[in-house]
Design a protein around this ligand. Structure first.
Ligand code: PXL
Length: 289
């Protein structure tokens, strides 16, 4: 590993609204990780709640950046991809995964939608090609909507523990050895959602509950997965990484909710970033039997 772990971060750059690279870079930098951004698209804002967003596709630029990076023989300790701007970009990330060393962490966050619906730039071809990409990832971090898209299932309002485990196992059969599903409603417990994860190596299931705050902030998925990546690169176990990510996102949402700002502006990350450097003091993960 590099003395400072180095991540190739393949996400869009949205100028306003705290999503994608504007979240990934500060979170990982604060956690002591070097971020090398490979922007997939440049947007005026993210697409949630800003109907007139401006979008410039950077597929050709990505090819040129990669050519240059290859000529420099840059070694990455991790690849972390998120929002992709065109079907061809999925092929580019696939190539990057093929070229990475086997020891590297390969995290694909299959960013496609939320609350049962696809984001505005995600057509059926993107969803189909994303299914092909997750097959080559080491870890995937879909939310429940994205998990349903990957499995070609209806978005479920609820998922009983037995079916939830079945979904996680089916996702892992698609290829990735570690599957983390976020935003899973807890049956019969209004206001609670959970994150559920499993590493195929030992087959154990982990769950962390998150108390729900009645606001939906774009970019929380990017924050969550960035903390997971930073934590794993620091040597944390999977359940500890889950714990840190849930605790950080919950705290960031609480810090933001008190201000009554439009949720489309994202979480007030700048107020809470410093907490990522604090030692882990509580732990709430459970192992599912
Ligand atoms: O946080 C996911 C995300 C990333 N990038 C763009 C988005 C969204 C979610 O809305 O619109 C451009």
């Amino acid at each position: 590993m590099n003395p400072v772990p180095r991540v190739a971060a393949v996400h869009d750059l949205s100028g306003f609204g705290r999503a994608s690279l504007t979240v990934v870079i500060p979170v990982l930098s604060t956690m002591g990780v070097q971020v090398c951004p490979l922007p997939t698209a440049a947007l005026s804002t993210h697409t949630g709640g800003f109907p007139d967003f401006r979008f410039t596709d950077l597929t050709e630029h990505m090819r040129q950046v990669l050519d240059h990076w290859r000529s420099l023989n840059i070694e990455f300790d991790a690849l972390y991809s998120g929002f992709l701007g065109s079907p061809d970009q999925i092929g580019i990330v696939r190539e990057m995964l093929r070229e990475m060393s086997r020891e590297s962490l390969a995290v694909v966050d299959p960013v496609m939608g939320d609350n049962g619906r696809p984001y505005r730039t995600m057509g059926p071809e993107m969803i189909e090609r994303m299914r092909g990409l997750v097959a080559h990832a080491g870890m995937i971090t879909p939310n429940l909507t994205e998990a349903a898209f990957l499995l070609n299932e209806e978005y479920p309002g609820e998922l009983d523990p037995h079916r939830l485990k079945e979904w996680v196992i089916r996702l892992s059969h698609m290829g990735p050895s570690t599957v983390v599903v976020t935003g899973v409603p807890v049956p019969g417990r209004k206001g609670l959602s959970s994150v559920v994860a499993r590493d195929r190596e030992d087959g154990r299931f982990w769950k962390v509950d998150c108390s729900y705050v009645p606001a939906h902030y774009p970019g929380t998925g990017d924050t969550f997965t960035s903390v997971i990546v930073g934590s794993l690169l620091q040597g944390d176990s999977l359940p500890l990484a889950l714990d840190r990510a849930v605790a950080f996102v919950s705290m960031a949402i609480r810090a933001s909710f008190g201000y009554d700002l439009p949720s489309r502006e994202g979480i007030l990350l700048e107020k809470v970033l410093g907490n990522l450097r604090a030692p882990v003091v509580t732990s709430s993960y459970e192992m599912l039997e």
